[in-house]
Design a binder for this molecule. Structure first.
Ligand SMILES: Nc1ncnc2c1ncn2[C@@H]1O[C@H](COP(=O)(O)OP(=O)(O)O)[C@@H](O)[C@H]1O
Ligand SMILES: N[C@@H](CCOP(=O)(O)O)C(=O)O
Length: 302
């Protein structure tokens, strides 16, 4: 970007960002459907005279780099550059609650946080450019759109442009996530997907993902049918067989269930919010999390 770059001064001390987790795909809506979850990372971006300091607490604290390679820093820098924003130095403090590499959108949330912070410091609203920046970073828009806008989102592409619309979830949608201890990298399990799928499976996916939008927003009684998938879950099963077994067991017990994002977390949407007894969930931490309706929040640091 050329021209005069607005500099962030000491007057604008910084911003606090609260960003929700997400559950993407929702069955057959691969790279297309997402829903924001009420499990949040909170991050403080403080403008300082120079240098970079990154302090991380909570999830991933022992693993993520604390220099320019940090995902939030990279997304922040890319967005600041795009907006023409000069930040002399940055102190980033992360309080992470979203588990990493479990299919709950931690990387998307990190990217959205960085992009949202740059927009906040530049005095800009989150708009289609912000979605574009975040989705280009992540490689798909389903989970970034959920973290950005909250609720249920439908994401698609037009050429190289990422687009998304938000849909209000039905109040009867009560997510339960079953989170295993093992991690699974989204990049790795995307590598398990075939370049092509049978036409019958594509038709199956088209009907289920369309139905999922209706079931999530109007009639949750259709969720068991709506969350069925042949597009990505069967191909990824070797990466997390216990996840696939649990999804099948829940569905056989009449509970709507799917793999959350790229796994290995299981998403269940039981009517009334309670899982039935008798389904073996050993090895999975069961957490009820509401739908996040508002998406990422940016506020001045006072
Ligand atoms: N809050 C964060 N801060 C820094 N890096 C992060 C953060 N969240 C995720 N990451 C990076 O992204 C990786 C997980 O991304 P991914 O495999 O897409 O799984 P997920 O489903 O959790 O998004 C982590 O191992 C880490 O390298
Ligand atoms: N559509 C993507 C969603 C990945 O979500 P994540 O939460 O696992 O990062 C995919 O299935 O690869």
């Amino acid at each position: 970007m050329t021209g005069v770059r607005p500099a962030v001064t000491e007057v604008e001390v910084g911003v606090r960002v609260r960003v929700p987790a997400s559950t993407a795909n929702l069955g057959s809506g691969f790279d297309a459907l997402g829903m924001a979850l009420g499990l949040h990372d909170e991050l403080d971006f403080e403008v300082v005279p120079g240098g970079l300091e990154v302090v991380v607490g909570g999830e991933g604290a022992a693993d993520v780099p604390t220099d320019e390679r940090h995902l939030v820093v990279r997304a922040f820098r890319a967005a600041a550059d795009h907006l023409g924003l000069d930040v002399p130095g940055l102190r980033l403090t992360c309080r992470n609650a979203i588990p990493h590499a479990r299919g709950l959108g931690s990387s998307a949330a990190a990217i959205v946080a960085g992009v949202a912070a740059a927009h906040g410091l530049a005095g800009r609203e989150l708009d289609t450019t912000a979605l574009q920046l975040a989705a280009e970073f992540e490689g798909h828009a389903d989970n970034v759109a959920a973290s950005m806008f909250g609720g249920v989102v439908i994401a698609w592409t037009e050429g190289d442009r990422y687009r998304a619309v938000r849909v209000d979830p039905h109040p009867g949608v009560s997510p339960v996530v079953l989170v295993p201890a093992e991690e699974s990298s989204t990049r790795t399990t995307r590598g398990l997907l075939p370049p092509e799928v049978p036409h019958g499976d594509a038709a199956f996916a088209a009907s289920r993902s369309a139905l999922a939008v209706h079931a999530l927003s109007v009639d949750p009684s259709l969720l068991v049918s709506a969350l069925d998938d042949r597009l990505h879950e069967p191909y990824r099963e070797p990466a997390w067989p216990a996840t696939s077994r649990l999804v099948r067991a829940l569905r056989e017990a009449g509970v709507a269930a799917a793999v959350s994002g790229a796994g290995p977390t299981v998403l269940a949407l039981p009517v009334g919010g309670d899982l039935p007894p008798g389904v073996d969930r050993e090895g999975f931490e069961v957490r009820r999390v509401p739908v996040d309706l508002g998406g990422v929040c940016v506020a001045p640091l006072g």
